[in-house]
Design a protein around this ligand. Structure first.
Ligand code: RTP
Ligand code: MG
Length: 140
């Protein structure tokens, strides 16, 4: 299996409840290495651009409001098959549908305030990593 890098966000509902360490422990226990990490408060402009792919969806404005409602922790995770491995650890978008043991099952508050973001493809991972990090900030 290939060693990949994926992009992750610990969302405002999780930072507010002091869950950064608990979520990072899930990643590290599963063998994903946190090779870059910073806590930021996204501007509305930054969040709107990040979620532009969802601009036509009914939840877009609420999602942007939520993502700028508090600090987030943006991260780059590295490991075997990291994109899919991370998605598997996150669980379904709606925590009501998320499998036992997944981050969203354990921690998410709602379909919107669902604690974590993860890239959905290797191609998007590269785009999202470059949107938040300079190459020199990735320390593998
Ligand atoms: P993410 O992008 O955050 O990793 O989550 P995802 O792939 O599982 O879900 P996606 O369809 O890409 O949706 C992005 C985020 O929008 C919020 N959402 N709200 N109110 C709603 O019906 C609704 N649907 C999605 C969630 O925060 C979701 O993670
Ligand atoms: Mg998504």
């Amino acid at each position: 299996m290939a060693i990949e890098r994926t992009f992750s966000i610990i969302k405002p509902d999780a930072t507010r409840r002091n869950l950064t360490g608990a979520i990072n422990a899930v990643y590290e226990k599963a063998g994903l290495r946190i090779i870059a990490q910073k806590r930021i408060w996204m501007s509305r402009q930054h969040a709107k651009k990040f979620y532009e792919v969802h601009a036509a969806r009914p939840f877009y404005n609420d999602l942007v409001d939520f993502m700028v409602s508090g600090p987030v922790v943006v991260q780059v995770l590295e490991g075997e098959n990291a994109v899919q491995a991370h998605r598997d650890l996150m669980g379904a978008t709606n925590p009501a549908n998320a499998a036992e043991g997944t981050i969203r099952k354990m921690f998410a508050e709602s379909i919107e305030a669902n604690s974590v973001h993860g890239s959905d493809s290797l191609e998007n991972a590269a785009i999202e990593i470059a949107y938040f990090f300079a190459g020199c900030e990735l320390v593998g």
